[in-house]
Design a binder for this molecule. Sequence first.
Ligand code: NAI
Ligand code: 2YC
Ligand code: MG
Length: 259
Amino acid sequence: MALLTPEDLENIKKQLERADTAVSKVTRLNVKEVCKDLYGTSPHYESVGIVPVTSGNGIIGNFSDSLKVITDYFKFDSFVTEMPDVSGYYEAVESGAEIILMADDNTFLAHNLTNGKIGNNQPCTGIIYADIVSRYRNADSKDVLVLGLGKVGFPGAEHLVNKGFNVYGCDPEKSLMKKAIFKLGITPFDLKTPKKFSMIFEATPCADTIPENVLAEKCLVSTPGIPCGLSRELQEKYNVDLLMEPLGIGTASMLYSVL
Ligand code: NAI
Ligand code: 2YC
Ligand code: MG
């Protein structure tokens, strides 16, 4: 499980504002509008209890505070509990939280106590980054390249297939490739193939996964992957539109999905 570091989350408000501006530039919608269109919901200052969790690798510096910044940005009424874990959960409910937000090393959830809906950050992140890439205003076809078919990538690829896009996928994990071919009907793609894409969705924990030969003249790389799969050199050389942000956009998707 690739865990965030406190450095990933530094100045999260600035990172989120920049990413939101980038989304508006490449899709004509901001993140709130994309979420509303995806889930048909809008927040009305619902109370969100953010509960730090000490299990496994323990509390990540900046994580809870970043969630406070993110929930404020998306117009929720949120608070971080004083206590962690079970005591923190109890404190959140006692303090009137409608939605619980908490993460251990494997699962980051949003649970709406008023309607019972529960959201998982991994599929919700894949779905929103895939949805954003599919709205690219300079797309030259319906072809989308997906790199990484794991807990984030596979739900994103599924969303693109359901929206009627031609998904070309690659993942070194053979079992995941097979699953994506047989369950989603995606086309397996060899990165050495001389085919260019204007839409690329990358959900891997590796740097430099996107080679030069797949970049179309106008291209959007939409990637939750940490570190970034597109090198700075290629981004600048081809003036690639890049959307990446470490936590906020995926969290917004998860919260809107449980309203
Ligand atoms: P995962 O381990 O379930 O899936 C990653 C997949 O990428 C694996 O199947 C692996 O075989 C594949 N992969 C590795 N190198 C590759 C390459 N060169 N080309 C194609 N595929 C390759 O991980 P998960 O949970 O899907 O997370 C993916 C990334 O997204 C991680 O870096 C994680 O930290 C990040 N993440 C970011 C969030 C955000 O809001 N920005 C939220 C959740 C996760
Ligand atoms: O501070 C805390 O409460 C920690 N228990 C939080 C652990 C989060 C671990 N998960 C991650 O770092 C990644 C993020 C990209 C979002 C989903 N998983
Ligand atoms: Mg994000």
